[in-house]
Write a protein that binds this ligand. Structure first.
Ligand SMILES: Cc1cc2nc3c(=O)[nH]c(=O)nc-3n(C[C@H](O)[C@H](O)[C@H](O)COP(=O)(O)O)c2cc1C
Length: 312
């Protein structure tokens, strides 16, 4: 089965992408994983400058999930380009750079800097991080803010522009439509869900930031529903994510309408997950006589349920 997928002008050799913040800058995993075997790597969110992030505790396990408030710790774009990109290029990785800003101008400046860097395949606009106080999610929570960032970055770069949407809104499909209308090449969804956990003995929040973002299998059915809703509303490709841990999960997102997927939290539990996911997808393709994985995208049969019900 042909596993390649297209995201705007970009062709990925398979639909499996490492999710931002869950695969470092890619280089950390290079001894374990053949970076060129992945469809792409979305690197940890980058600001212009270095950031320390929040103090610990920054991660808490919850039932079927992970709660984090890292606060976008990072080395900044200049160190990334100088220290990480040479190795990523040498290892043949397809690099999506996840960019973050507190102002519109920061997104634009990051886009301009990265547009000139060999080996950067696309920009993923992080307008959805729930763990920082300024910028980011405040853009992604409004139609106007989303359109504004996407249009400004679109005008500043020839790279594919992929805004990453937050699920912490009432109607994610209208945000996706605003992104499409503003010139996005694709959308990534979803980022984490705002959440919190409390230690009842001390009555203190378990995270230093008090609230954080929930990821992992707990969010998967909500994320699948959001991909399905966006697929009805927009024409550009969707990169789906949220709790993917098995090949079946990947297929579920693709049938709901995702052209590619990202895997985040599951990579922490099993960094060797990638070949297992690919093998599972291939096995499904053989069983179902699929020539190309793209033949599966958006093929959910919602009529079948109705027919079963009528005939029973
Ligand atoms: C520890 C951690 C750090 C993250 N950092 C980022 C980030 O820097 N930028 C971003 O867009 N998303 C970030 N995310 C969100 C993930 O990329 C992904 O959207 C989310 O975790 C849902 O996918 P999953 O359930 O497969 O982890 C982070 C998630 C986790 C768990």
């Amino acid at each position: 089965m042909n596993l390649s997928v297209r995201i705007g002008s970009l062709t990925l050799k398979n639909p499996l992408i490492a999710a931002s913040g869950c695969f470092g800058y890619g280089t950390e995993y290079a001894e374990l994983v053949d970076l060129s075997s992945l469809g792409a790597i979305a690197v940890k969110g980058l600001f212009l400058g270095e950031r320390e992030g929040h103090p610990p505790p920054r991660i808490v396990e919850t039932p079927a999930g992970l709660l984090n408030a890292i606060g976008l710790q990072g080395i900044g774009v200049h160190r990334f380009v100088a220290e990480k990109m040479p190795e990523l290029r040498a290892r043949g990785a397809v690099v999506l750079v996840n960019i973050c800003g507190t102002t519109l101008q920061e997104y634009v400046e990051l886009a301009k800097i990265l547009s000139d860097v060999e080996g950067v395949a696309a920009l993923e606009l992080n307008i959805s991080c729930p763990n920082i106080k300024e910028g980011g999610i405040t853009f992604g929570c409004s139609l106007h803010g989303t359109a504004e960032v996407v249009a400004a970055v679109r005008a500043a770069t020839r790279l594919p522009v992929i805004p990453k949407l937050t699920p912490n809104v009432t109607d994610i499909s209208s945000i996706a439509k605003a992104a499409e209308d503003a010139g996005a090449d694709a959308v990534s969804l979803v980022n984490t869900f705002l959440a919190m956990a409390i230690d009842v003995e001390t009555r203190r929040p378990k995270l230093s930031n008090i609230v954080g973002g929930l990821s992992g299998p707990a969010i998967r059915p909500i994320a699948v529903r959001m991909v399905y809703e966006c697929r009805q509303r927009i024409r550009i490709p969707i990169i789906g994510m949220g709790g993917i841990a098995t090949a079946e999960d990947v297929l579920e997102f693709m049938i709901a309408g995702a052209s590619a997927v990202q895997v985040g939290t599951a990579n922490f539990a099993d960094p060797l997950i990638w070949p297992k996911l690919a093998a599972g997808i291939r096995g499904y393709g053989e069983r179902h006589g699929l020539k190309a994985i793209t033949d599966l995208v958006g093929t959910i049969d919602t009529n079948a349920r109705e027919k079963e019900w009528i005939s029973s």
